[in-house]
Ligand binder design. Structure first.
Ligand SMILES: Nc1ncnc2c1ncn2[C@@H]1O[C@H](COP(=O)(O)OP(=O)(O)OP(=O)(O)O)[C@@H](O)[C@H]1O
Length: 263
C-alpha cells in the first residue's frame, strides 16, 4: 500500500485549507488562514465586519481562487481546478445562503427552492417533490405556489435555505444568513439549518459576527484582519517578529495549522 504524502489533507476533514492568502485588488483579505472541517460539523466563522469571513467562505467554496495556499474537498484539490470544474463542484456538492434571499420574483416559491435541481437536469416532478418536502420541513409548505413578493423577509430567507438544502449538498456555506432577521426569526432559521444539517450529515460553515448565532455551532474559528484572531493579536503585539504573522503557522504540519484556528 502506498503511504499518503506528508502534505495530504487529513482523511476525516471534508473541507480543508492550508495557509490561504487572498487579496482584493491589492488590499489583503486573507493572510495565511488554515482550517479543517469534519463531515457533519457545524463550524462558525466569527469576527468583526471586514475580518475576512466572506472572503474565506468564497475561497473554500471555489468562488475565489487563493493567490497562495491550498483548498481540498474530500481529498481533492480545489485550488488547482479550472473554472468549469469549480463551477460543477459548487453546483453538485455545495449549497449557499447569504444575507439576501435573492429569490427570482417571476418564479413560484417552490420553483425558487427547486432551482439547483432544475438546473442540474432533474425532472420537473422530482425537483418539485424535493422542493416541497424541504419547504414543508421549514414550515413554509403553504407558500409553495405563491410568488416571493407575497412573503415576509423571514419567510423568503427560509425559501433561500430550502434552495441551499434541496440537493442535500455535502457542505452548506451560510454567510450571515440571519443578518436581515429579528431575534426570534434568527433563532428559528439557525435551529432549522442546524437540525436539517445534523439529520442529513451536511457540513455547515456559518459566517457570523453575532455571538448568539455562533453559539449554535459545534466549534468556532475567529478571524481578525484576515488572520486567525490569535495570530492577529500576536502580530499587533509584535510578538511574531521577523517571521511575519503567517510564517510560523505556515511551517507547521496541517493538523497544527488547522487546530490553531480552533476555539
Ligand atoms: N470586492 C472587494 N473589493 C475590495 N475589497 C474587498 C472586497 N471584498 C472584501 N474586501 C475587503 O476585504 C476585507 C475582508 O472582507 P470580508 O467581506 O471578507 O469580511 P467579512 O468578515 O465577511 O465582513 P462583513 O461581515 O462586513 O461581510 C475587508 O477589508 C473588505 O473591505
Amino acid at each position: 500500500m502506498v503511504a499518503p504524502p506528508d502534505n495530504a489533507p487529513p482523511d476525516n476533514d471534508v473541507l480543508w485549507a492550508r495557509s490561504v492568502h487572498y487579496s482584493h485588488g491589492g488590499s489583503p483579505g486573507l493572510i495565511g488562514v488554515s482550517v479543517g472541517v469534519r463531515q457533519g460539523e457545524v463550524l462558525a466563522l466569527t469576527g468583526p465586519r471586514g475580518s475576512g469571513k466572506t472572503t474565506l467562505l468564497r475561497c473554500l467554496s471555489g468562488h475565489l481562487v487563493p493567490e497562495q495556499g491550498e483548498i481540498w474537498f474530500n481529498s481533492v484539490p480545489v485550488h488547482t481546478m479550472g473554472p468549469v470544474a469549480r463551477e460543477r463542484l459548487r453546483r453538485d456538492r455545495f449549497g449557499w445562503i447569504g444575507p439576501d434571499p435573492q429569490l427570482l420574483p417571476e418564479l413560484k416559491v417552490w420553483e425558487n427552492a427547486a432551482l439547483p435541481l432544475l438546473v442540474s437536469g432533474a425532472s420537473h416532478r422530482t425537483a418539485k417533490a424535493a422542493a416541497c418536502e424541504w419547504l414543508d420541513r421549514l414550515d413554509i409548505g403553504a407558500f409553495a405556489r405563491k410568488r416571493p413578493g407575497a412573503l415576509t423577509r423571514a419567510e423568503s430567507q427560509r425559501v433561500a435555505l430550502a434552495r441551499a438544502l434541496v440537493k442535500e449538498p455535502s457542505v452548506v456555506f451560510a454567510d450571515e444568513p440571519t443578518a436581515p432577521l429579528h431575534r426570534a426569526e434568527r433563532a428559528l432559521l439557525l435551529r432549522t439549518l442546524t437540525t436539517a444539517a445534523r439529520s442529513h450529515g451536511i457540513t455547515v460553515l456559518l459566517a457570523t459576527h453575532d455571538e448568539e448565532s455562533a453559539a449554535v455551532a459545534d466549534r468556532r474559528v475567529e478571524l481578525l484582519d484576515g488572520r486567525p484572531a490569535a495570530a492577529a493579536a500576536a502580530a499587533a503585539d509584535g510578538a511574531l517578529g521577523a517571521n511575519g504573522a503567517d510564517g510560523p503557522s505556515d511551517e507547521t504540519p496541517e493538523g497544527q495549522a488547522a487546530c490553531s484556528l480552533s476555539a
